[in-house]
Design a protein around this ligand. Structure first.
Ligand SMILES: O=C(O)CCC(=O)C(=O)O
Ligand SMILES: [Mn+2]
Length: 231
């Protein structure tokens, strides 16, 4: 698979304008971000044969959303978002004291998975879905480094609905390298290589109200778990 490489002036705030300028000629292909020790690629628009807004509505309606409790440092609270876990039989996933057995793939997710597999030239056996109902919903900074994902996992992330900033922060190094990438509705972000070893990512709460957003991360469960992880 051919990837274009475009430097994004390494870190700092990636402004909407810069992204739009880039998008003029890169929206139809994966573009690699200039982040040291990471392999992060972004494609602003994937062609699904129908609108991203329609897919967002279907996801909100058809997915079995749950509002789960998680336990971090002995304290239990509700996650600040809704979640769902789908996958091939046996692909269980555990994080923050939460053990998820996979639901069987519905046609809607299989349609999206096929598209992502075609673009990334990889297969996936599971997907974690997040629904951010509005500006107060978020995911804290974490790395997708649970043992069952194996070393250097490829994670393919689709976004629908409201554009929210995906924030990447180096685990070690200068906070100035923090990079904000607004993920458009219908976009694909791929994290691969050593990204999870060297960088954290999250979606922050906002002060101003905004619409809902659904994110789907296609993953591969490959190993057994050995530890406890929090997010
Ligand atoms: O919503 C997003 O873009 C990121 C979600 C995420 O990082 C996760 O589910 O592990
Ligand atoms: Mn993640």
């Amino acid at each position: 698979m051919f990837y274009r490489y475009v430097g994004l002036q390494g870190g700092g705030l990636l402004r909407d304008k810069e992204l739009k300028m880039q998008s003029l000629f890169t929206s139809q292909e994966l573009v690699k971000l200039n982040l040291p020790g990471a392999d992060v690629r972004y494609q602003e628009h994937l062609e699904f044969g129908r609108s991203a807004g329609e897919i967002f509505d279907d996801l909100v309606r058809q997915i079995s959303w749950k509002h789960e409790d998680i336990t971090i440092h002995g304290k239990t609270f509700k996650q600040p978002r809704l979640t769902a876990w789908y996958g091939d039989p046996g692909m269980s996933y555990t994080y923050s004291g939460l053990s998820l057995a996979p639901l069987a793939w519905p046609a809607l997710l299989l349609e999206l998975k096929r598209k992502v597999e075609e673009v990334t030239q990889q297969t996936y056996n599971s997907a974690l879905l997040n629904q951010y109902r509005g500006h107060r919903d978020s995911v804290g900074f974490h790395a997708d480094d649970e043992p069952e994902l194996g070393r250097n996992p490829t994670i393919a992330s689709l976004s629908f609905g409201e554009t929210r900033e995906f924030v990447l922060k180096p685990k070690r190094g200068r906070p100035g390298q923090t990079t904000r990438l607004p993920l458009a509705s219908g976009s694909l972000l791929v994290m691969a290589g050593e990204t999870q070893q060297n960088w954290l990512h999250g979606v922050e709460k906002l002060n101003a109200p905004c619409g809902g957003r659904v994110n789907i991360t296609f993953r591969n469960i490959v190993g057994q778990r050995r530890g406890r992880f929090a997010r």
